[in-house]
Design a protein around this ligand. Structure first.
Ligand code: OAD
Length: 238
């Protein structure tokens, strides 16, 4: 175990107030591509840029094309939590970790057993009618063909935050609360490029901020500890 991982382990061992804030890089070791790495979703060829497809106005204008992308790229069958998800769930059970705050929409933290998960960008495991708001089975939305419709005639949409849409303010406030009061904050698997989520880092007041990310982020110089390694490998050692 290298020195940085040892330090992170020590911080966690000595604390009962650890908070984790993560993104797509947490799930790459489960086989879900992230967005901005070379093999990420935003570097794959598609008729429209993915940031455009994942926007509110595009969904309204062209829901059929949205669903082609959604079913082909966002829904990945058979994925399982990896060592990072599992270790985070254990740390919560051990009374050390207070919350997981995630930008991911894949539900893998809950699948690993984490209870307190704040999903800033929603989940593709939930769906509802864009007209009457009635819940709809996500399985049918994710795996069906054609445009999923509610019995009221409205188009079904995933319960995710599309570009141009605001984040849920209650979830944001709770995330701010956990980060503001955290003793150890671990941020992992996120490029910290997308706001307002990335701005959450500014609420941390402590002196044990660890960044675990394969590539550099704009906040590396802000952190007390930076580990540029695979998060699953790091978490399997702590
Ligand atoms: P990004 O794709 O922007 O960043 C993922 C980061 O994880 C990159 O910096 C990678 O280097 C790193 N990474 C990849 N695999 C890793 C691993 N095994 N261990 C450690 N680090 C790894 O994804 P996010 O920051 O999550 O929003 O992107 C934020 C938001 O942008 C997403 O929630 C999504 C997207 O547009 C919406 O759809 C609203």
């Amino acid at each position: 175990m290298n020195e940085n991982i040892q330090t992170l382990k020590k911080w966690i061992d000595e604390s009962d107030n650890v908070v984790f804030f993560g993104g797509a890089g947490v799930s790459t070791e489960s086989g879900i591509p992230d967005f901005r790495s070379v093999d990420g979703l935003y570097n794959q060829k598609w008729k429209y840029p993915p940031e455009t497809i994942l926007s509110h106005s595009f969904f309204e204008r062209n829901p059929e094309e949205y669903y082609r992308f959604h079913r082909e790229k966002l829904v990945i069958d058979g994925v399982q939590p990896n060592r990072a998800h599992k270790r985070l769930a254990e740390l919560e059970q051990e009374g050390k970790l207070r919350a997981v705050i995630t930008q991911n929409i894949d539900g893998l933290h809950q699948a690993a057993g984490s209870k307190k998960v704040l999903e800033l960008h929603g989940s593709i495991l939930r769906a509802y009618c864009s007209r009457c708001r009635r819940p709809f089975p996500a399985e049918k939305m994710n795996h069906g063909t054609g445009l999923p419709r509610c019995r009221c005639g409205g188009i079904i949409r995933p319960d995710i935050v599309l570009y141009e849409e605001p984040l849920d303010q209650d979830i944001m406030s709770e995330a701010v609360h956990y980060i503001r009061s955290a003793e150890v904050l671990i941020i992992g698997g996120t490029s910290l490029n997308v706001y307002p989520a990335a701005g959450l880092i500014n609420y941390y007041r402590g002196n044990k901020l660890a960044l675990v990310n394969l590539s550099q982020t704009p906040y590396d110089s802000y952190a007390d500890l930076v580990i540029h390694e695979k998060i699953g490998e790091v978490f399997s050692q702590i």
